[in-house]
Design a protein around this ligand. Structure first.
Ligand code: UN1
Length: 526
């Protein structure tokens, strides 16, 4: 997926008192864009060591509503010094938090889930205003956060290790889980509540303390999420949040030696930089995708079209799991394309807060420009534009649902992540060819096959190179108690479920010898 954009421009920080603001009403009005122009924009703060404070930089940046290009708030332009202060706070808080019994930590996480549930509608509206996705999807983003906090709260009473027999008499062997220490979390804008929630819930239940950098496209969602964690009782210093650019805040988190683990969701290129620069720390990467849906000639065609429309255009194509390639059996290609285009043209573009809207705006101007670049590239490469291909000539970052056909595997539009509502249809003659095309990319996150033939389905499950394969369902729809993550250039992490716990805990091996004599493994045998 595309990395958070840091170039929203800088605004000099206004001199005013620190601390929580009483401008709640003003802020709400601004978010909904009904605030009178003379009302000042709210300036949001960093959260370090249990306090809301300004950045050392004394600079702020705006967050912009992508549906109308209005500023919804100002955020601290954090820097390296702020990260180091956050690391110190996380270090001070570590002992007490890691010694808090995990079920007690779980109680706090459960409270987070309850507060999220109570504030679901308010948070969803705020998310739509800041990120652009339509309100039902924003609600589902908050729901995913509720689900994962509930799940991880329960992990507080499990966090299982293993026991296994020793090869020696009167010797006990087991593994236990230990927290890692201070962990860095760097999160994207496309799931501005759910993805931070995946990482925070797992990191906290394991007993780590956190330095959290949200995307600069969705800092308000992060501020609100942190407030909920604080209200639920997460102690001071356990979570610290620094807004600001990847080039300073992100870089310091990645390279700081006191940060023992890093969990990053973002672009492949940034992920590669992190892999090269993080030093000796545990690194979990969730990177891009170029996900495909295979539609076989025996598929339930209306079902496959429903899945293709949702996978390609849901969240305006801005999911890591979005489908940007539809690999269709040639026997049904014409019927599929005709119906797919009809459906794409019916989708209503507009502000995510309107009930009539199917597709919200892209996150920012750069995303619109990127889509336009790829439309040009696709045309030059010889693909045929079936529908869409243009931005809307109105305020807001709107781009039409776009379908290319006659795409071949070597084209850039078939290989590179566009992260917008642009999808290519590639026709094939057999399942083997479909799987080859599916695998002919450097990514491997999500995938889907539509078929009524059980042999086809199992062959696809076995052969597709991806972290997730759906049968007769879209490429979207992961659940929080199952692992989420990719293979190849899509990354190394598995979040959600018990594997999410692995990302944020160390396994310690314990041997207890109760023989009262020196026993030697591999020697005193037989
Ligand atoms: C992402 O696309 O970055 O399955 C995460 C899904 C969601 C998570 C997506 N549950 O699409």
């Amino acid at each position: 997926m595309s990395m958070c954009k840091e170039d929203k421009g800088r605004v000099r920080g206004k001199k005013r008192k620190n601390g929580a603001s009483s401008w709640l009403l003003v802020r709400r009005l601004h978010i909904l864009n009904i605030a009178p122009v003379h009302m000042k924009l709210m300036e949001h703060l960093l959260f370090i060591g249990g306090k809301w404070i300004k950045s050392y930089s004394e600079e702020t940046f705006p967050s912009i509503n992508p549906a109308n290009e209005l500023v919804i708030g100002l955020f601290q332009q954090g820097n390296e010094e702020d990260v180091r202060a956050a690391v110190d706070a996380a270090e001070s808080a570590y002992e007490a938090w890691s010694e808090t019994p995990a079920p007690k930590r779980g109680e706090i996480l459960l409270k987070v889930a309850q507060l999220l549930r109570k504030k679901k509608e308010e948070l969803a509206k705020l998310e739509t205003a800041e990120m652009g996705k339509v309100l039902p999807e924003a609600r589902s983003d908050v729901q995913e956060a509720i689900d994962v906090f509930e799940y991880m709260a329960g992990e507080g009473r499990r966090l299982f290790g293993n026991t296994t027999p020793s090869e020696l008499k009167s010797k006990f062997a087991c593994t236990i889980r230990r927290p890692i220490g201070i962990v860095g979390l760097i999160t994207p804008w496309n799931f501005p509540i759910a993805i931070p929630a995946w990482k925070l819930s797992a990191a906290l239940i394991c007993g780590n303390t956190v330095v959290f950098k949200p995307s600069s496209d969705t800092p308000l969602c992060a501020v609100e999420l942190v407030k909920i964690l604080v209200e639920a009782g997460v102690p001071s210093g356990v979570i610290n949040m620094i807004t600001g650019p990847g080039s300073s805040v992100g870089k310091e988190i990645v390279t700081n030696k006191k940060i023992r683990a890093l969990s990053f969701t973002g672009s492949r290129d940034t992920g590669e930089w992190i892999a090269q620069n993080a030093g000796i720390k545990k690194v979990g990467l969730e990177l891009g995708g170029k996900n495909a849906i295979i539609v076989m000639d025996d598929a339930d065609l209306p079902l496959a079209i429903d899945g293709a429309v949702w996978s390609a255009f849901g969240t305006t194509g801005q999911r890591c799991t979005a489908a940007s390639r539809i690999i269709v059996h040639e026997k049904i290609q014409k019927d599929f394309e005709t119906a797919f285009c009809v459906r794409a043209k019916q989708l209503v573009l507009g502000p995510g807060l309107s009930e009539k809207t199917d597709i919200g705006p892209l996150v920012n101007r750069q995303a619109v420009e990127k889509c336009e670049r790829y439309i040009d590239i696709g045309k030059k490469e010889g693909a045929k534009l079936l529908c869409g291909g243009k931005r809307l000539g109105i305020k807001g970052f709107f781009f039409e649902p776009t379908i290319f056909t006659n795409a071949t595997i070597d084209m850039k539009i078939s290989q590179q992540e566009i992260f917008g509502p642009v999808v290519s249809v590639i026709s094939v003659k057999s399942l083997e060819e479909a799987i080859d095309v599916c695998n002919s990319i450097e990514y491997g996150l999500s995938s889907a096959i539509y078929t009524k033939n059980i042999d086809n389905a199992f062959r696809a499950i076995e052969k597709i190179e991806a972290g997730i394969t759906y049968v007769n369902s879209s490429t979207i729809g992961s659940e929080v108690h199952l692992p989420f993550g990719g293979v190849k250039q899509s990354g190394t992490a598995r979040e959600g479920g018990i594997l999410g716990i692995d990302e944020f805990s160390e396994v310690k091996t314990v041997y207890i010898d109760y023989s009262s004599k020196l026993q030697k493994a591999q020697m005193d045998v037989g």
